[in-house]
Design a binder for this molecule. Sequence first.
Ligand SMILES: [Zn+2]
Ligand SMILES: [Zn+2]
Length: 326
Amino acid sequence: MELIILGSAAATPIKERNLSSIALRYRNQILLFDCGEDFQRKFDEAGLKFNKSMKIFITHFHGDHLIGLPGFLFRLSLNDRTAPMMIYGPRNLFLYLYIHKKILGLKANYPLKIIEIDHETQELIEFDGLDSEIPRKTIKMNGNIVLDSKYFSIKYALVEHSVITFAYAFIEKPRYGKFNPDRARDLGIPESNLWKKLQEGQIIHFDGKSINPVKEKIVGPKQPGRKITYSGDLKPCDSLIKLGKDSDILIHEATFAKALAEIAQEKKHSTSVDAAIDAKKMNAKQLILTHISARYQSDALILLEEAKEIFPNTIIAKDLLRITLK
Ligand SMILES: [Zn+2]
Ligand SMILES: [Zn+2]
């Protein structure tokens, strides 16, 4: 599991920083959070593969978080992509992409689903590809969970910004500990599909007996999964704290230094100090500051120092920063 920052700038890209985008490599798929303009170049530079199963989560409709999405989809349409893609975001996400189909001929020859999150009705509105303006189905949401899969779920929270904005949390499900193949062999269980079941903690029936892999010490006991929260753009609000409770990593916007707290408040953004307070409040293990204003091009360290005074385990994002989560 690896986190890669593809863009860490706010509003204006600079030489060292592209606009917002974050990739998470997890179990042979790529999760992307925001698609700032031209993020596809960083995606390529990071060595990420274009024909992978992908899920994209857009926080809000400000250009610096989403203008790169159509460009990326155009690129994918030039390749022989076959892997599925799901794109999540606020209402009108389909319309935004559909306009690119109507005017610029955007195509998707691979399985594509666009899923709009309707916070008011607590529904997910799912469109099949770019062809039909009629949603394929509407699903009632359960506890702000937008995606629930075998190994992880994605939860969102509505946060305070100048337009409808979502923060997202990647929440891994509890995992069984290390698999001990010698122990399985000792019990006479042949290397087969049964091993896969044991690795996943399932009780199997073998040779007239039922075998519990944890009790038999074939796998270690369940361990909590990992959690990563991404704030999107926001001014401090309780909904983010609730969403990000006990995160391993909090990626938080820090557009301004504390000297510009008034402007941050007015523009519904955060300072580095706000980000640090949020990390502390939610009991996060590590904080990554991102969405850095171009005014700190030469001295972004001020943001880091201010945050560290409150939350010592803080780093500042830079493009192509990679973090492996154990
Ligand atoms: Zn922004
Ligand atoms: Zn914004």
